[in-house]
Design a protein around this ligand. Sequence first.
Ligand SMILES: [Zn+2]
Length: 285
Amino acid sequence: MDDDNNRSTAKNDPTQAEGKPKEQKGEGLKSNTKARRQICHRCNRPLPAACICEALPEVPIKLDRTGIVVLQHPHELKIKNRSIPILELCLDDSSLGLCVGRRFDKELIDPKIIEILEAPDHLPVLFFPPDNDEKDVISLIEAKKIINDKLPEGGKVIIVALDATWKYAKEMHRANLQENLYPSNLIRVSLQPSDFPKDWVSGRFNIRTTPKKGESTLGFMSTVECIAWAASELGGPNNSKDLFATLMKPLDLMVAKWNAFCKQPKVRKTKAPQKKRRRDEYESS
Ligand SMILES: [Zn+2]
């Protein structure tokens, strides 16, 4: 078994935070740029170029009718421009369960995550496209009807998401299925175009992957976009559509700041690949 499999983390574990502040003491002669780097204490992103605090809610949001569980592939922790930290910044501890790993393995996952998934008054809903010819996958509209019938009085819908590249997410999903690790009452949802309004803004998180011309952008939705839309649709009257707009604000600012930075003139030449070089400069600015 991989030694980095299924490490569970508390929501605010600073070791999981994006752009974790680096110790600046003695970073050495060869790291003058890093020594100058200032990190925002709230969003853990470099100041001022990448800070997104102005777009965050004043206080963390507490979800009423929904909870969120994210299984995050260990590889995601190495990626700088991730969307999940936005959820960690916007939601309170009781609304988000984040664990790092490849499977919902009871032996290795934080027991609190398993408790959330298996509580009798919780109804877990996995958002993941059908793999191969899986047939038990329904749209969000169809899921709402089932949820209305099945959700116990005062219960919660638990939005379950796998946070990984498409390739890794498929591996995670297959492993969970093959080892029967999903909750037995799990509802499987694949978001369909009909689940969105006509004025839906697609492909807003274009930092990491941009669809090719003519290609559907639904499959390129970031984890946060998917979760935010699901929570706003399933959350009930206390978590209205405002929730989606609130969660998109910091995401949009993150993308805008990245795109603005990319338009700046190049400041130096290195042998690093261009994409990586620009990200390194961004992180150091
Ligand atoms: Zn900040």
